[in-house]
Ligand binder design. Structure first.
Ligand code: MG
Length: 301
């Protein structure tokens, strides 16, 4: 065998071995089967919905096929009875609780950290009492100071602290939901996969994550972002228009959620897709149009 035929032969053996052992790239692989029973569960934040009172808002939701309401965490303990009573016999339930606590978990100031611990735990307790799937938390917004430095020690500390909170949340019948934001708001945690990895490393079933289509402009792929969390960690989804964070449809062609929805359908996501957004036009016109758009894109995905 001369040198040329040795090299040619070796290369073809390497190529054959590669074909045999390397899995297909996901882009070449056939699409995963969609779970036929995966429904789009739509949800509105209380402030996004139309209506002057909670009852009117819930009436609006039921009339428009919206089955989830997301409320703020501030003052939630004082609203447990009001919410439970208003939801009795209705086809709407509380989804996630949106923040509302004081202080922040990565504060270097002990008083601020203590403020966080007491207020966040109080919201977790109330969240359990209204049947919520979890309380949304951002570890530290860019402007919150003094903050622990972005180091490995801080990440370990965060996981330890979240483990404690996750275990407490489970006792309350709810979870801690990490929300990654965009780099302008929270440099510390900005990818769904990053939040999912932190949730995993907390070693508590009570720590989950979410994705927000607005902040997910940080992602290279909506599909991959949701898939990286999977149903094990993905507990909630926020949606807004993708240009200006107003109502889906109001940013035209930018408002495409199909790639992300395809992942949610394939993984069999059972949580809510919740509106967290402003509104530029007439809400009476734009909100129903946004609900229609999401339903149409869910079908398309
Ligand atoms: Mg959000």
């Amino acid at each position: 065998m001369n040198r040329r035929s040795f090299i040619t032969g070796s290369l073809s053996r390497v190529a054959a071995a590669s074909v045999a052992s390397v899995p297909l790239l996901s882009s070449c692989a056939p699409a995963a089967p969609k779970k036929p029973d995966t429904k789009l569960n739509l949800c509105l934040q209380e402030g996004v919905c139309i209506g002057d009172s909670l009852q009117e808002k819930l009436d609006y939701m039921e009339a428009h096929g919206v089955t989830g309401i997301e409320v703020g965490g501030r003052g939630l303990a004082g609203r447990v009875d009001e919410l439970n009573k208003a939801l009795e016999g209705r086809n709407v339930r509380v989804s996630a609780i949106c923040a509302g606590f004081d202080g922040f978990i990565l504060s270097e100031d002990e008083a601020v950290k203590a403020q966080f611990d007491s207020t966040y735990r109080e919201i977790l307790q109330a969240a359990g009492q209204v049947g919520s799937c979890g309380v949304i938390i951002v570890p530290a917004f860019n402007g919150q100071q003094p903050c622990r430095p972005h180091t490995m020690d801080t990440r370990n500390y965060l996981c330890e602290q979240l483990h404690e909170l996750g275990e407490f949340a489970l006792k309350c019948g709810t979870t801690v939901i990490l929300e990654p934001l965009n780099r302008a708001e929270c440099f510390y945690m900005r990818l769904v996969s990053d939040a999912a990895a932190i949730a995993r490393d907390c070693d508590s079933e009570g720590v989950k994550c979410m994705g927000d289509f607005w902040h997910m402009k940080e992602e290279t792929s909506d599909y991959a972002a949701f898939m990286s969390a999977g149903t094990k960690y993905l507990q909630h989804v926020h949606v807004a228009s993708r240009g200006r964070r107003i109502m889906p449809t109001e940013d035209g062609e930018k408002d495409n959620y199909v790639d992300g929805f395809r992942a949610l359908k394939e993984m069999g996501y059972q949580g809510f897709v919740s509106f967290e957004c402003g509104c530029e036009g007439d809400r009476n016109v734009v909100l129903p149009a946004a609900l229609d758009l999401l339903r149409a894109q869910w079908e398309q995905a």
